[in-house]
Design a protein around this ligand. Structure first.
Ligand code: PLP
Length: 287
């Protein structure tokens, strides 16, 4: 079934949606994005995603070509038009399409930003069997640029990381900089030791995950101890549990790191419990 997508104010069949070859997203990865999950036909943490979108745009001096309030309606309309019960909404804003390629930013009064949204239908997203088994990761060097706190569309290195993982016969990669884990290719990384949840502190080195924010809040509400600091791969291999979080995988247990089994080699109780709480609370608050 062909999707209905949203491009610069119009709802169109995906085959009719067109972007200029001069779009700076296409030529220069000059854009930002958000992925919001849908469960029971409702949006998870829309407020968190729109707040981070506004921040990413602000950091790059880029304008949002739509009112924030209208953005919620576009998300909801796409869910309705595409009949999404479980899945994701992808949103991308780029610095638009000037009349020619140039490194300098175009004048925003002459070149409006481009906005695109589309749905990804994923029945069974919440109840995936992968979460019952957990995932395996390898470590790779983190050679991305220094502003990872901005959710830009420059995803070449994370894509290469996923391919390195695939080649190694595992599911994902954790990136390491100066001996410390930064994050997964498309998720935040955590370990659990003696009941304490450890995850890297926020900064320009990692993306402030919307799921991370919610999960840490739920963990504290459930009287779990959280420590925000960096950790090494060796510490992670020696941990009782490991897991990752992202908008589309929620809380996903990690059972192997660089070939070493983590804990008992099966999803640990903290990750399993946090996944349950996250899904339950997010569903309740979904709009
Ligand atoms: N870190 C990176 C590099 C990501 O790409 C993502 C999500 O795509 C995350 C963390 C998790 O962020 P969120 O929980 O907002 O999906």
């Amino acid at each position: 079934m062909s999707r209905t997508v949203y491009v610069n104010g119009e709802y169109l069949p995906e085959a009719d949606a067109k972007i200029s070859i001069f779009d700076r997203g296409f030529l220069m990865a000059d854009g930002v994005y958000e992925v919001t999950s849908v469960l029971d036909g409702k949006l998870l943490d829309f407020a968190g995603h729109s707040k981070r979108l506004a921040r990413s745009l602000g950091e790059l001096d880029m304008a949002l070509p739509i009112e924030m309030d209208d953005l919620l309606e576009v998300h909801r309309e796409l869910v309705r038009l595409n009949d999404i019960n479980e899945g994701m909404i992808y949103l991308q804003v780029t610095r638009g399409a000037p009349s020619d390629r140039d490194f300098a930013f175009p004048d925003p009064d002459e070149t409006p930003s481009t906005i695109v949204l589309f749905t990804q239908n994923k029945p069974g997203l919440a109840d995936t069997p992968v979460a019952k088994k957990g995932i395996k990761v390898i470590s790779i060097e983190d050679i991305r640029w220094g502003r990872r706190d901005i959710k830009t569309i420059q995803l070449l290195y994370p894509s290469m990381g996923k391919m390195m993982a695939k080649k190694a016969g595992v599911d994902d990669a954790w990136m390491v900089e100066d001996g410390m884990v930064t994050e997964g290719t498309s998720n935040n990384a955590y370990i659990v030791k003696n009941g304490k949840i450890i995850t890297r502190h926020l900064g320009t080195e990692i993306l402030a995950g919307i799921t991370r924010n919610a999960v840490l809040r739920f963990a504290e509400e459930a009287q779990m101890t959280v420590e925000e600091r960096s950790f090494t791969i060796a510490e992670a291999q020696d941990a009782d549990e490991a897991f990752v979080t992202s908008a589309s995988t929620f809380v996903m247990p990690v059972v192997e790191i660089d070939g070493a089994q983590v804990g008992a080699g099966v999803p640990g109780p903290v990750a399993v419990r946090l996944r349950e709480i996250y899904l339950e609370e997010s569903r309740k608050a979904a709009i």
